[in-house]
Design a binder for this molecule. Structure first.
Ligand code: GLN
Length: 482
């Protein structure tokens, strides 16, 4: 039995009796024990997974109704609540927090008989691009364990790329699904804001973030999206509307479609040569697929990094102020402190990046500075949205490299926040404007993966997946070496 299979192949395999759920889950757990000491994709592994697998096998044997995911092992980023287990956000602040409920996306997957195989590592509270800010140690890139796997959903990407699960859920505030997908050579989708419920996702910057599927293939991502998308009474930012089948018609092709190359994302100073050449090769593949391609300028993109970090810090500062070690927390003796100094002491458990964001987040919306920072950032956001809307009047898709750089070595950027923030330049536009974007693995350059990013207009996930599928079909990439 091969663990390196897609979600679609997994379902086929169980249905036609090639393997039982118990066999697959058992082998997956062995594989995790063998490799995760080095890769560290998981912060916790479901101890009841084998028992759950047996129950599902029983249902299958006795012909009972069975959910359409057939016991598929799915990993979940550890900032998404799964009932009865820890949800740590890779933070010491929440190291003992046990979630009393399932996030909506998790209950939807469980209803379809998915097995939540474990909770994956991330940058603390999803702030970062490398998982180096996890309070419990980083994850490693299976393509080269000296390199970061991307972030913040690095553990999710590693778990998929290393066959420690079949698919995963991450969260994407500024690229956290797409960046590690690109760095680990898997597919990652950031859906339209409001398409997927955030209920049970620990908020970082809730006005722009979304939960997104990560898988080995575009089809797998479409399959998971089918199950998690939709209106949720527990999240009033979700969009009401008819649900779609994202798998249906996936192979239609993209002949005659118009594609815009976002100039500002393909000409930045920091764009590495190998990423640039992979991107232009992708452009000719799109031409070969029958698309018309043109360069287009979105000049607001040059201000997006500054804008994003102002807006997200302000939201993070507010969202994270609830962690005072009174309502949530860890063991810290209260003796000898008055209220404020106690909270100040308690918050020392936050790591350096979260601390930086909270300090910035207190400053940018404050009286006397809000006009200069927060309000200005909001203006850029709305101008950028106008430019994106105008671009989609002309183009069906907008493309760029997902990340301007290759996976880098541990420690290379950790002391240089600005360099780290610049890695987000191509991914944050989709978050600031609410549009969907996907990263598709395209090339392995000297053993390191490069992904291509495709954007589509709001709620055009179906069309977006058509383009992603078409691009995927002209690639032939190896498995991560393990
Ligand atoms: N790197 C970005 C940040 O640190 C994006 C993170 C994310 O998408 N959660 O904010």
């Amino acid at each position: 039995m091969n663990l390196a299979i897609s979600a679609i192949e997994y379902i086929e395999g169980v249905k036609n009796g090639s393997f039982t759920v118990e066999e697959f889950i058992g082998k997956t757990l062995d594989h995790i024990s063998k490799h995760d000491a080095v890769l560290h994709a998981f912060l916790s592994v479901n101890q009841n997974a084998l028992e759950q697998a047996r129950q599902i096998d029983k249902k299958i044997k006795s012909g009972d109704a069975i959910g359409s995911l057939y016991g598929m092992p799915i990993s979940i980023k550890d900032n998404i609540c799964v009932r009865g287990g820890k949800t740590t956000c890779a933070s010491k602040m929440l190291q003992d927090y046990v979630s009393p409920y399932d996030a909506t996306v998790v209950s939807k997957l469980k209803e379809q008989d998915a097995i939540i195989i474990g909770k994956t590592n991330l940058d603390e509270f999803a702030m970062g691009v490398a998982t180096e800010f996890s309070a419990f140690g980083p994850s490693r890139n299976p393509w080269n364990t000296d390199c970061v796997p991307g972030g913040s959903s690095g553990g999710s990407a590693v778990s998929v790329a290393a066959n420690e699960c079949v698919v995963s859920l991450g969260s994407d505030t500024g690229g956290s699904v797409r960046n590690p997908a690109s760095f680990c050579s898997i597919v990652g989708l950031k859906p339209t804001y409001g398409l997927v419920s955030r209920y049970g996702l620990v908020s970082y910057a809730n006005s722009i973030e979304q939960i997104g599927p990560m898988g080995k293939t575009v089809k797998d991502v479409a399959l998971v999206l089918n199950h998690i998308a939709g209106n949720d009474p527990n999240d009033n930012t979700t969009i009401a509307g008819r649900s779609q089948d994202y798998l249906e018609g996936l192979e239609v092709g993209i002949k005659g479609k118009k594609i815009g190359i976002i100039k500002e994302m393909c000409a930045s100073e920091g764009l590495e040569k190998s990423v640039e050449s992979a991107f232009w090769r992708a452009v000719s593949e799109f031409e070969g697929l029958g698309c018309k391609i043109e360069e287009t300028s979105l000049d607001m993109v040059q201000f997006t990094v500054a804008t994003y970090y102002v807006l997200t810090a302000a939201e993070a500062g507010s969202n994270l102020s609830r962690y005072d070690n009174l309502r949530y927390g860890y063991d810290l003796d209260m003796e000898g402190y008055e209220y404020k100094s106690y909270i100040a002491k308690a918050r020392k458990q936050f790591g350096p990046e979260v601390t930086r964001r909270m300090i910035l987040g207190g400053f940018v919306p404050s009286a006397g500075f809000a006009g200069k920072y927060l309000l200005k950032a909001l203006k850029v956001k709305s101008k950028l949205t106008k430019q994106i809307n105008a671009a989609f009047e002309k183009f069906d898709y907008l493309i760029s490299p997902t990340v301007p750089i290759l996976p880098f070595k541990f420690g290379e950027k950790i002391d240089d926040p600005l360099a780290m923030y610049l890695a987000d330049i191509n991914t944050i536009t989709a978050n600031l404007t609410g549009i969907p974007a996907i990263s598709v693995p395209f090339e392995i350059s000297n053993g390191l993966p490069i992904g291509i990013q495709i954007h589509a207009n709001r709620l055009q996930e179906k069309q977006l997946l058509h383009a992603a599928y078409a691009l995927e079909s002209v690639t032939d990439l190896p498995e991560a070496p393990l």
